[in-house]
Design a protein around this ligand. Structure first.
Ligand code: SAH
Length: 210
């Protein structure tokens, strides 16, 4: 199959991301939800316009099937690390990237995000929200603050107060919050109501050097 060349525009990215494969058998315990392509495109395009992607080193923590990391690749990141502990999800991400033409360098890292310590300019992630494993969003954030200067991260909107306090403790300031209604598709057995929506926010954190 010919590789797809993507037009660098918000719409072009949204279309490219919606053509990617999602999780074949999402694992409930790892809270595997693919970021809805249109939401991913909105976040990535905003990051791109702020100068946080093109030519930068980017890390996608808990990359799953690769939507965010591949989006960063499409937007001209110099190097993208995709860190994921689930081998099956990573195989799908590799296939997804294989179908795309790009000049960026991609590095897949199989393992726990806490083992990953390479410094990057930008972290972009949709971590587990911590509903199955307590505080996993906190652990992801801690790791992101260790390695990045700018962090984009999705969290349940209701956790905003905690996120603000946690960022402050780690000497990061929140410069922007984007609110979304996030469809949790009925891919998990326990979701019987079809498409359920939850309110999530994408926070942009910047290292506070003042
Ligand atoms: N970033 C993807 C997937 C989000 S779901 C997207 O936006 O679509 C969260 C992902 O984090 C899952 O793929 C899950 O397997 C992975 N994950 C959960 N805990 C992890 C950990 N400790 N280390 C690495 N990956 C982890």
């Amino acid at each position: 199959m010919a590789k797809r060349r993507i037009k660098v525009s918000r719409a072009g990215i949204a279309i490219a991301l919606s053509a990617l494969e999602g999780f074949s058998k999402p694992k409930v315990s790892a809270e595997q939800y693919m970021t809805e392509p249109d939401i991913a495109a909105t976040i990535l395009w905003d990051a791109y316009m702020k100068g946080d992607i093109s030519g930068k080193r980017v890390a996608d923590l808990g990359s799953g099937t690769g939507v965010l990391g591949i989006g960063a690749i499409l937007l001209g990141a110099a190097k993208v690390f995709l860190i994921e502990q689930d081998k099956e999800a990573m195989e799908i991400a590799k296939e997804n990237l294989g179908n795309i033409e790009s000049e960026s360098s991609a590095e897949f890292v199989l393992g726990d995000v806490k083992e990953f310590s390479s410094k990057v300019d930008t972290v972009i992630m949709n971590p587990p929200f911590g509903t199955k494993s307590e505080h996993s969003d906190k652990r992801f954030l801690e790791n992101a603050f260790d390695i990045g200067n700018v962090v984009y991260s999705l969290h349940k909107t209701e956790t905003k107060k905690f996120i603000e306090a946690f960022a402050k403790d780690n000497k990061f300031k929140i410069t922007q919050v984007m609110d979304f209604s996030y469809p949790l598709k009925a891919t998990m057995d326990f979701h019987s109501k079809g498409v359920e929506k939850i309110n999530v926010s994408c926070f942009r954190f910047v290292k506070d050097n003042t």
